[in-house]
Design a protein around this ligand. Structure first.
Ligand SMILES: [Mg+2]
Length: 235
């Protein structure tokens, strides 16, 4: 980011952009789930280790072989609805993906300060929506575990919308389902590509989550206000 231009609009610390809005400007809040509210370690472990382990066992492969094969397969459907469709993966890999997800659901965990932040938003009377690419069955496994369902006006899966959040049409279709004013909407996500797509549609307030996984180093966005935890938005 060009620091001369950006300093006109947004304060920066080092190479990160800090949030610069007031809650009085915001009516509607869209929150991503995996990596944003919940620790992405569960998903990373699931797809990078647990699925390869089970796929190797079923197909008599070594784990590195299974892993290599699967990472290539995942890549082929990246940023599409298929990537999030557990039924698609169950069929394609010949594994019961929902059952495997449930087997390690003890690893589903909520990020620090999320519950306090959701309480704060309720106190401020904001309309808060969970907006996720996760498949409804994956969403269920997670909500069974973390019990934050009641904090949202509604939970919206990309499957219901008919496009992935990375795709421009997602935001048009979401607007048909749920009329909202993009000028007074704030959207938080840990994936820059998704934020680019929301920015393209014109959502005014975008927040990037730098610490998506408890097991990975934080990675700040250079394009969007970027936070480590929701504690930074409690002002
Ligand atoms: Mg995410």
């Amino acid at each position: 980011m060009n620091s001369v231009n950006s300093s006109l609009t947004q304060p920066e610390v080092g190479d990160r952009v800090l949030p610069d809005f007031s809650w009085a400007e915001i009516e509607t809040i869209f929150l991503d789930m995996d990596g944003t509210l919940l620790d992405k370690y569960y998903d990373d472990y699931f797809w990078e280790h647990y699925v390869p382990e089970n796929y190797a066992r079923k197909n008599n492969l070594s784990q590195p072989e299974a892993r290599r094969h699967l990472l290539g397969t995942y890549k082929s459907v990246e940023n599409t609805l298929q990537w999030t469709d557990l039924d698609y993966w169950s069929e394609r890999l010949g594994l019961d993906i929902v059952k495997l997800k449930e087997e390690i659901s003890h690893l589903v965990n909520i990020h620090p300060h999320v519950v306090d932040f959701l309480g704060y938003m309720a106190d401020l009377g904001k309309k808060v929506y969970l907006v996720t690419n996760a498949h409804p069955k994956a969403l269920q496994v997670k909500m069974d575990r973390v019990k934050i369902e009641n904090c949202f006006h509604r939970l919206i899966c990309s499957q219901e919308v008919g496009a992935a959040k990375e795709q421009a049409q997602f935001w048009h279709k979401l607007h048909d389902i749920l009329p909202y004013d993009k000028e007074t909407t704030l959207f938080a996500d840990d994936t820059e590509k998704v934020l680019h797509s929301a920015a393209g549609y014109g959502i005014r307030h975008l927040i990037h989550i730098a610490k998506s996984s408890s097991r990975r180093e934080p990675k700040h966005s250079l394009h969007y206000p970027s936070i480590l935890t929701f504690r930074e938005l409690m002002f």
